[in-house]
Design a protein around this ligand. Structure first.
Ligand code: SAM
Length: 265
């Protein structure tokens, strides 16, 4: 790695602390006979750790300059495949077809510039991941794990809570990376939500959530004025709110109730 020119545009900050690598793997709780997806193996530091507990690792790396280096550092592991391509352009379901496994996980220190697209892609793949363990920017993690009513609670918090139990595992200082980034990091885990939210029209639900948060300082009466406000108000009353409430005060269940009420016509 000595003469390697790190590319900022690829979010290349490589982890250099072995305790953190070990901790990520420990907290990922990988069961036997598992396939692990990694996005952005970089210099392969995390890949080596996950390869030693997984049946197979499938990693996606956009930077082909890393090919020879990764071949060499991973040569002792015969259970690692790397696809040199943009993860966002892949069809994950097709890529995993050739593997046999009991459980599938995602474990990755991802490129931060595409955090939300990566998560949306994982959701849209409809693959039943046992757990998704990701290192992300600390501030973004705060938004993802924000409690209802807090400043960081936003539409992405609602979407994530709809699909997952979102847990903050531990913080990681910027000093643990080469080159040192300008931000600290956090490791989070996403596991499938046991609560089955019965959403009648998922598209409508997502639209309402997005619109409700569109102008953060405005209340629902303003942000949702293109919907049937009377019906929305009836739902809100059940939870002791009215149309003057702001979206950040509303839990996933309330958004589901609003969307379902509007979907029923
Ligand atoms: N996993 C390594 C580690 O922990 O040290 C490297 C993590 S680094 C934050 C992010 C990695 O993702 C880089 O290796 C970068 O080249 C790669 N990357 C960036 N954009 C990508 C994309 N669209 N698809 C796949 N890999 C990507």
């Amino acid at each position: 790695m000595e003469n390697f020119k790190f590319k900022k545009s690829f979010g290349q900050n490589f982890l250099n602390d072995v305790h953190i690598l070990e901790n990520i793997v420990k907290e990922s709780n990988i069961q036997d006979n598992s396939l692990i997806i990694e996005i952005g193996p970089g210099s392969g530091a995390l890949t080596r750790h996950i390869a030693s507990v997984a049946k197979n690792v499938l990693a996606y790396e956009i930077d082909t300059r890393l090919e020879d280096y990764l071949d060499e550092v991973l040569s002792q592991f015969h259970n690692v495949d790397i696809i040199f391509d943009d993860f966002l352009n892949r069809n994950i379901s097709d890529d995993i077809k050739k593997y046999q496994f009991d459980n599938i996980y995602v474990v990755a220190n991802i490129p931060y510039y595409i955090t939300t697209p990566i998560i949306l892609k994982l959701i849209e793949s409809k693959i039943n991941f046992k757990a998704i363990t990701l290192m992300i920017q600390k501030e973004v993690g705060e938004r993802f794990t924000a409690k209802v009513g807090s400043r960081d609670y936003s539409s992405i918090t609602v979407f994530l809570n709809y699909y997952f139990n979102v847990k903050k595992l531990f913080l990681v200082s910027r000093n643990s990376f080469t080159p040192k980034p300008n931000v600290d990091s956090v490791v989070i885990s996403l596991t499938k939500n046991n609560k089955e939210f019965d959403v009648l029209d998922e598209e409508l639900f997502f639209r309402i959530v997005r619109d409700a948060f569109q102008f953060k300082r405005k209340n629902l009466r303003n942000n949702l004025k293109k919907y049937n406000l009377e019906k929305i108000n009836d739902v809100l009353k059940k939870y002791h709110f009215d149309l003057t409430v702001r979206a950040e005060k509303l839990s996933v269940d309330i958004f589901v109730d609003i969307a379902n009420t509007l979907a029923r016509k």
